[in-house]
Design a protein around this ligand. Structure first.
Ligand SMILES: Cc1cc2nc3c(=O)[nH]c(=O)nc-3n(C[C@H](O)[C@H](O)[C@H](O)COP(=O)(O)O)c2cc1C
Length: 326
């Protein structure tokens, strides 16, 4: 190529970054047997038969001589849990493999654990590609887990979510203008929440407990020995308020007992209260598993991350029940 078209490099990078990819770590052994690896998102499939893949390596990468001479390399498609590893293998000058356990592969190229997929390759071709070298490899072996993959989009790590064909509508009717719509967070979150609570309500009825009592037992199961004010600080986000009378009613049911902490009355779970709460937790866990099975583990993970972001961006400053005790 003689004539170079001159683009604004940043604009060109940004446009390329709009192509969403997975993230891989590619490894090989250097001349002296040292483990080499880099983070790369230029990985792609080439051919099914024979099975071939490609990726490209910057000519200024320190690992270029090792990859150029190596007969074998392994591609690791990273899982959503391996973001830290991606960062580590994208930085120069670190002992990238420190503390990592390796699997045994077909060649001596390092084989990392706990990935979404792995491809063990033999170098088939190397091509010039401007400021990169393109490596094409023949796949000798591969494996694949159901771990959610790590994605990369517009220069940031991302998670995948499957998209149903067309728009998902809950009802057929078109909403009136100026009315609530089924696309509003309030409606969607509320409806999902109440639908999910259906089975729990049936259990609470059997246990002869109110929803209020459920919140009290749940909080005490996580942090036992709280005053009514402390209980309320953890429960207030639900809109429910715990009163002394409500605690006395739970005491009469044998679920909680009172104790003293200085001048304050604190409430502790009785054995019956703990057993009752554990029954509720078991149900909550099985509902959680049910939803995960229906959404698929990858979408379930993505959804939980988004929910946590939503909770954090709408948090008016509530105390953290799972955080250190103040
Ligand atoms: C998500 C991501 C994708 C990357 N993809 C590539 C790539 O495809 N090719 C490449 O040469 N460098 C890529 N890099 C940069 C290298 O990982 C980085 O330059 C690394 O430090 C090179 O290591 P080395 O110089 O020790 O060989 C990527 C970095 C990140 C964070």
């Amino acid at each position: 190529m003689n004539a170079h078209i001159s683009f604004d490099p940043q604009a060109f990078r940004n446009a390329l970054g709009s192509f969403t990819t997975g993230v891989t770590i590619i490894t090989c052994r250097g001349d002296n047997g040292e483990a080499i690896g880099i983070t790369a998102n230029s990985f792609n499939s080439v051919s099914l038969n024979p099975p071939m893949v490609l990726w490209s390596l910057a000519k200024n990468a320190r690992s270029l001589p090792a990859f150029s001479q190596s007969k074998h390399w392994n591609v690791h498609v990273l899982s959503a849990e391996q973001e830290e590893l991606s960062g580590r293998f994208a930085r120069q000058g670190e002992d990238k493999f420190s503390g990592l356990e390796l699997d045994t592969g077909l060649s001596d190229a390092p084989l990392l654990k706990d990935c979404t997929a792995r491809f063990q390759c033999r170098t088939a071709f190397q091509y010039e590609g401007g400021d990169h070298v393109i490596f094409v490899g023949e796949v000798l072996n591969f494996d694949h887990s159901n771990l959610a993959p790590l994605a990369f989009h517009s220069g940031k790590y991302a998670l995948t979510a499957s998209k149903p064909r067309g728009e998902l509508r809950l009802s057929e009717s078109t909403p009136l203008e100026c009315s609530y719509t089924e696309d509003m967070f309030g409606y969607l979150l509320g409806r999902a929440h109440y639908q999910q609570l259906h089975a729990l309500h049936r259990l609470l009825n059997r246990q002869q407990l109110s929803q209020n009592a459920f919140y009290v037992l749940s909080v005490l199961c996580i942090r036992d020995g709280l005053t009514v004010d402390e209980l309320n600080s953890f429960i207030s986000y639900t809109g429910h308020i715990v009163t002394e009378e409500a605690m006395q009613a739970l005491e009469a049911q044998g679920m909680v007992a009172r104790d003293k902490k200085g001048a304050n009355t604190i409430w502790v779970l009785t054995a019956l209260g703990r057993e009752t709460s554990l029954e509720e937790i078991a149900l909550a866990k099985s509902l959680d598993q049910d939803i995960t099975d229906k959404l698929g583990s990858s979408d379930a993970k993505t959804f939980k991350v988004l929910l946590k972001r939503l909770i954090s961006c709408t948090d008016p400053g509530l105390p953290d029940m799972w955080g250190p005790r103040g």
